[in-house]
Ligand binder design. Sequence first.
Ligand SMILES: [Zn+2]
Length: 212
Amino acid sequence: MKKLYLWIGILALLFVFIAVMWGQRIEFVLGGAMINIGYRLQDHLPEYDLEHHESTPPQIWQRFLDQNHMAASVRSTFPRTSRHPVMAMVACMDGRLDTNEIAGDTRRYYYVLRLAGSVLSEKEEEMLELAVGNGVKVVVFTTHTDCAAEKTAADPEKSKLFPKLTAAVGEREARFNEFLARPMIKERVDKGELMVKWMDLDTMTEKVAPHK
Ligand SMILES: [Zn+2]
């Protein structure tokens, strides 16, 4: 009889565990769906667009301030949780890339480095190492299709106008390898405590695939 109660207890606990886990999963997916409803509501409103090309600089600036203040007042009413990131993402500064969408997550689990052409310099390498020291276990380095920095570097005329950017794109891979070779980074990767991935992003869908 005692054994039966024990089994009933274990089953009940298991049931509660599954219900809680599935409840959280459902809540997470539902949240994502609602965020997407929000995107759909705003996405097609060109006259309210910050990039609206007929706006003057003061109009664009004022719109930014208005929207910031509105968003901040919502945030003060509904504060969000501070989280300690376990992942760092490097992405180009291209406006079409949305790191929340790339991660499929708005919960601030990510450090994000937005860089022209995703080119690291020594200060960013140090910043990433600092993040790893603070608990980051995965660094995802991304490059993307239709990158303006890459296109500029490949264009004989434009590359002359933007020599620093062109040079930076040329040294991108060397910089990535330089980061991998940093003693602390190398040690953690070798021990299996850290993963560093280079992924290619499809700019339109934001789907990642291993870098070719
Ligand atoms: Zn780019």
